[in-house]
Write a protein that binds this ligand. Structure first.
Ligand SMILES: C[S@@+](CC[C@H](N)C(=O)[O-])C[C@H]1O[C@@H](n2cnc3c(N)ncnc32)[C@H](O)[C@@H]1O
Length: 278
């Protein structure tokens, strides 16, 4: 099965778990009482969770809180890549107000159904959930002020294409403001694979310098990667031991190398297309 099908199946099942009264986490420790793993737990404060339906909070599978860190202005058009149960779309919709619009894009039918139900419960009308892939964004060139995303770009097997598409749909001067898992420095392939299983990601997280390089190649400027949670060996110890890994032996290759980060970049003001105007 290819990466996309595996991801679709995994997140379709996660959406159904939420619909049937449970919750689901991005990491390896799902709990019926809510996400307790160090990646997904406590990302949103009560001021934010109080604004949206409980099911949208329970469906949160992110690794950061992009709407808390992104600059969103009233009237902005926001696009969330891989919107899941819709938590960041609904929070963005409140921030951009009735003159703005928040789009969520997801390829998984069960997630879209959950997100639309959460929109109905939240009673917000400046929201639209679109079916599609982040590698082929179904929106016109230069139509979005801010792109957010929460732990999704690391799942794509074609990150260059995702970033080119993000640049294409952003307006000149538009902002890219996403949370993602990134790796710092070189980590042996088999250790990385175990950690990716712990994080819950099917395809790989990018090394931070590689992320900067890919954003630059896509045409972005003003790039910044800010760690928001750096994971320690203790966070993953139980999982890695369960996987049969010699935790003490691989600890130095893990400690401080895997992190959730907030990634900011901008589309140049004089750029009008996927590879800018030539
Ligand atoms: C880790 S969950 C994050 C969901 C949401 N952003 C959140 O914070 O709760 C990943 C979501 O991205 C979607 N997804 C993954 N790869 C995708 C792709 N290539 N195109 C569109 N959606 C994708 C999945 O269906 C799933 O809903």
């Amino acid at each position: 099965m290819d990466v996309k099908e595996t991801v679709r199946e995994k997140y379709g099942a996660a959406a159904l778990r939420v619909t049937s009264g449970g919750s689901s986490c991005c990491g390896a420790a799902p709990s019926s009482l809510g996400c307790v793993d160090p990646i997904t737990a406590n990302l949103y404060d009560s001021g934010q969770t109080g604004q949206i339906p409980e099911e949208a909070v329970l469906a949160s599978l992110g690794c950061g809180n992009p709407t808390a860190l992104a600059k969103l202005n009233p009237g902005d058009t926001v696009l969330d890549l891989g919107s899941g149960g819709g938590i960041d779309v609904l929070l963005s919709a409140r921030r951009v107000g009735p003159t703005g619009k928040a789009y969520g894009l997801d390829m998984t039918d069960e997630m879209l159904a959950l997100a639309r139900e959460n929109q109905r419960k939240a009673g917000v009308t400046n929201v639209e959930f679109l079916k599609g892939e982040i590698e082929n964004i179904p929106l016109p060139n230069n139509s979005v002020d801010v792109i957010i995303s929460n732990c999704v770009i690391n799942l794509s097997a074609d990150k260059d294409r995702v970033l080119r598409e993000a640049l294409r749909v952003l307006k000149p001067g538009g902002r890219f403001a996403v949370s993602d898992v990134v790796v710092r420095g070189v980590v042996p392939a088999e250790v990385r694979r175990s950690m990716e299983l712990w994080v819950g990601c099917i395809a790989g997280a990018l090394e931070e310098n590689e992320y900067v390089r890919k954003l630059t190649e896509a045409g972005f400027e003003s790039i910044d990667i800010e760690p928001t949670r750096v994971y320690s060996i203790e966070d993953a110890r139980q999982f890695l031991a369960g996987e049969g890994r010699d935790v003490e032996a691989i600890a130095p290759q893990i400690e401080g190398r895997f992190m959730s980060a907030f990634i900011r970049a901008a589309k140049p003001k004089d750029c009008c297309g996927a590879s800018c105007c030539s």
